[in-house]
Write a protein that binds this ligand. Sequence first.
Ligand SMILES: *Cc1c(COP(=O)(O)O)cnc(C)c1O
Length: 404
Amino acid sequence: MSRSVIDLLATEARFGAQNYQPIGVVLTRGEGVWVWDTEGNRYLDCLSAYSAVSQGHCHPKILAAMVEQAHRLTLTSRAFHNDQLALFYEEIAALTGSHKVLPMNSGAEAVESAIKAVRKWGYEVKGVPDGQAEIIVCANNFHGRTLGIVGFSTDPETHGHFGPFAPGFRIIAFGDATALEAAITKNTVAFLVEPIQGEAGVIIPPSGYFTEVRELCTANNIMLVLDEIQTGLGRTGKLLAEQHEGIEADVTLLGKALSGGFYPVSAVLSNNDVLGTLRPGQHGSTFGGNPLACAVARAAMRVLVEEGMIENAALQGARFLDGLKEIRANTIREVRGRGLMLAVELYPEAGPARRYCEALQGKGILAKDTHEHTIRIAPPLVITSEEVDWALERFATTLTQDFS
Ligand SMILES: *Cc1c(COP(=O)(O)O)cnc(C)c1O
């Protein structure tokens, strides 16, 4: 007999560390943009596991690649070669125009690996005195949850009582190229930044910002590290968000949708000799680059392109954004987004965004609040026009609802 929802929630609360406060729905199945709870209710997934399920839940071709590979070989460690890694390298390099690839697992690991690599590059190529390397990051960043990363977070919830932290980071305002210029010293090795700040509430920088950033980094011999873990792989309507400004990062970080949600797969991509500074024994991961991960990622990248998901993200994202902008509700402070990375920011007087997310749940939509007053909207990139319109009707009734 299956366990009741109440029982499952109580059991989670009893044994689990309480580091999340999920919306009260217990999911058991997913297909495309839809997920089902244990009671058979269907929901449109407007979070996509923070953009990891961009290709849609349980994409049949990624599933087939995973099952096929799982029958043959799952893990060798990098002590030996496996027959999937070269193909993964070749395909991700061709897709993104990168020269070197470092495979890891989680997004945070990709960020940590990039930090190690740019520091090493700084000492061995740029000539920064050992131990003096500086990396510039932005206020309200989100790059993951490991100690190295949370140490340069500006969110007290994220770093509070987890110190002491590693030195070597300078924090500047996001979207302000003058602040970047002012923070650069002779020991600066990299600028680590998200093209659009996702967790901060889908914050889009002023147009021209990244063109200036690119010029400053080039002029000062600083590696531009773009964390595209959330924005990359079609989410913003282009393969990489950097393409909106026609620039190229020196180091690009991918994760999340790199596996279509089947398996943690991340990668550090570089365009020059940054990854070349890593020699045997200096960095690694038991699971990084394993054949199962490579097979899954290859299929995830293939369907993204073959099934036109990137173009669809641009098309449906524009439709969704226009529709949201048409909603006349005095709760809405701003609607913003690029591609299918969207957000509705509410006035503080409208009450917590979570209340609206819970109301949306009642209407068959799963969305997640971020930072108190913002509803983030990021459905799988396979969403259709009909599904966008279906969602918009429900957003309209929810955002005009009177909760008082
Ligand atoms: C999710 C995310 C990460 C961290 O990825 P994990 O797989 O959760 O470690 C890093 N950077 C950005 C921009 C993200 O959105």
